[in-house]
Design a protein around this ligand. Structure first.
Ligand code: FAD
Length: 317
């Protein structure tokens, strides 16, 4: 089913969430991930998302995983698709393969430069920005009725950006105007900045659902690496909280769960956010703990959620 239809049909007072996975390189890793997904499926995600490896490096594995989640596990699947290394004809090949597998949701991205390359160079001149892929799908008589299309956005700014926030928001609006049905954001930790950005994009007429990317911190090393890679702002209080526990993986994970819960509560209360996109890093425990703490896991998600506890970040652990 299309995510746009699912979101429209979802009780607006109830939260929803999606889980993002990347296809593992080895057969064993793939098998382990599939068992993990089947367990996480019991938490009733609205959809599963499957990433498209940098430069299309995981094309076959991404398609295999997405076919499995959609076809065998009957989980509505959102396949990420990038323009990187898409030689002429490959976009059609992939879209047809995806459609044949019953997948109706595409996250249309430009993609990063292939590994080891600094600059992003289009392989097919028709696809130089994500907006081109959105238009290609949404304006095409061949595909428009088959797919619901989402796009990415960057509340902390895009790492490559050479322009200001207003221009970035214009580019985002162009993606929505081209036919995107929803927005998933890059992971972030600065909720104040997100809420400011959200108010700004709303004021500029972007009305589609915005689904914030939430990544519960798993280890200190991965947190530092990923926030640097994505150009994520890290509030000073988080850096200060993590400093004394950075050597203890369990304490970092516990902190990550509590921080994610606190962020989600604020985003719901102050931003009216309904849906959340969990960057799982292919791990299940932290996401499960976040949903259990929020009391969203189960048959009637959200109904048992206790009042928000808005303690200062230093009370998180
Ligand atoms: P665009 O929207 O095209 O933006 C790219 C750059 O071009 C930006 O700096 C923007 O300012 C500029 N720009 C945009 N439109 C225009 C225009 N019309 N004219 C001039 N300049 C313009 N990458 C992967 O390889 N695989 C994945 O599976 C994947 N999943 C992701 C999921 C999410 C939720 C997010 C947030 C990112 C994901 N990425 C993934 C990373 C993404 O591909 C990169 O961040 C990429 O550099 C930008 O992609 P985009 O779709 O946002 O590009």
């Amino acid at each position: 089913m299309k995510l746009s239809d699912k979101i429209a049909a979802h009780d607006p007072s109830q939260p929803f969430y999606t889980f993002e996975f990347f296809p593992p390189r080895t057969d064993q890793g793939f098998e382990n991930l599939v068992s993990r997904i089947s367990r996480l499926a019991t938490l009733n995600p609205l959809a599963i998302s499957v990433t498209w490896g940098a430069g299309g490096s995981t094309k076959d594995r991404s398609l295999e995983l997405a076919s499995l989640t959609q076809g065998d596990y009957h989980l509505d699947t959102l396949l990420h698709l990038t323009c990187t290394n898409m030689e002429q004809g490959l976009v059609d090949e992939v879209l047809k393969a995806v459609r044949d597998r019953g997948i109706q949701n595409i996250l249309a991205l430009r993609g990063d430069p292939p590994r080891g390359e600094e600059e992003w160079i289009p392989s097919d001149p028709r696809f130089t920005h994500a907006v081109d892929l959105v238009s290609y799908i949404s304006a095409s008589p061949e595909y428009s009725s088959d797919f619901c299309v989402g796009v990415a956005a960057y509340p902390d700014g895009h790492t490559e950006s050479t322009t200001d926030e207003d221009k970035e928001i214009d580019y985002l609006k162009a993606k929505v105007d081209a036919g995107s049905d929803f927005i998933i954001t890059q992971l972030f930790y600065d909720v104040d900045q997100f809420l400011r950005w959200l108010a700004k994009i709303r004021s500029k007429g972007i009305t589609v659902p915005v689904i914030p990317g939430i990544m519960p911190i798993q280890t200190y090393a991965s947190f530092v690496r990923l926030t640097k890679l994505c150009g994520t702002r890290v509030p000073a209080c988080i850096t200060e909280d993590l400093a004394p526990i950075s050597h203890d993986d369990q304490l970092v994970k516990d902190y990550g769960v509590k921080l994610a819960v606190q962020m989600i509560r604020r985003l719901r209360l102050e931003g009216g956010i309904q849906g959340f996109h969990f960057c799982t890093l292919n791990l299940e425990k932290s996401v499960q703990r976040v949903l259990e703490t929020l009391r969203w896991a189960g048959d009637t998600p959200g109904t048992m959620e206790p009042p928000a506890e808005m303690g200062p970040p230093d009370l998180l652990i």
